[in-house]
Design a protein. Sequence first.
Length: 330
Amino acid sequence: KRKLTERELEEIVMEIQNGEYKDENDYDFIESEGSETEDLEKTDIVEDDVFETFTAQNPEEKASLFSNKITGGQPAVPHSFPHQVALQIEVPLGTAFCGGSILSETVILTAAHCVETVKTAKVIVGAHNLQNDEPTTQTFNSTRFIVHEEWSMLFKHNDIALIILEQNIEFNDNVKKIELPVDGETVADGQEATVSGWGITEDGSQTVSPELNYVTANILPLRECNKFYFGLLDNTQICLNGENGKSSCRGDSGGALITKSESKTVQIGIVSFGIIFGCEIGYPGTTVEQQSNQVTELAAESPELKHSNPDHPPLFLAAAQNLQKCWTYL
């Protein structure tokens, strides 16, 4: 039996998801020792169907990004998710769109697949309707990213990244940081959780919603979710039940999966990916570890990060390695 490259493995996984895979039994499923993703061009990455790519090349076409359709969720009360972040990323095919959450005045939490090949990103906080010029909106540009060093584009494990801002976010009633789990807090199967975002609101669409939407659904047991993903998920991932079309979609990636109680709102995961377009079946998200509230301090105090150059990989990787103790299941 021959060993597969990571690229071949990725093609097989895509065939499995599309129902086209035929097992010829002439090779072993293993992870390659090296990562071919390091050599991929940006255009190769953004063509992956889990990356939120939209085609708006100029301001006149901005309106074509948006749709008022809502599937499985409902419009959010303006600023009822004050931790919500919109990320707009210029890529060769147009404008890529992801979500994120505020961890501190200078740190944004998002998905690794949103920023792993990106050099600059526009970070928008305090927004509700992205078509309007709202006085509550604060906009930042960032060139500093920390991607989990064990992020796997193939299996979507460790889909976690930080965006570091050069200027401080101004907190107010409309813009607040999100709390992360503390020791002893657990998430149970069947528990209600909520995700918000401006992502695509129906399968096959290429538009995102102008207004923030949200959906609340129950956490699906991993064994049930793995029936849709051919056993590829591990216990670092969490799924929502996608019954009745309730789910996240393209454009929601990187956003926070939260639980709410009378006393507080806690982020328990990051929107990662879904089956094909991820609009109708519960999506997996990367679980946020109980000690990850240390990320803010670490990102702010890390000498490697303070002096890192986005075009200097050694320092960039050094900063990423310092996150080892902050995430679970590394």
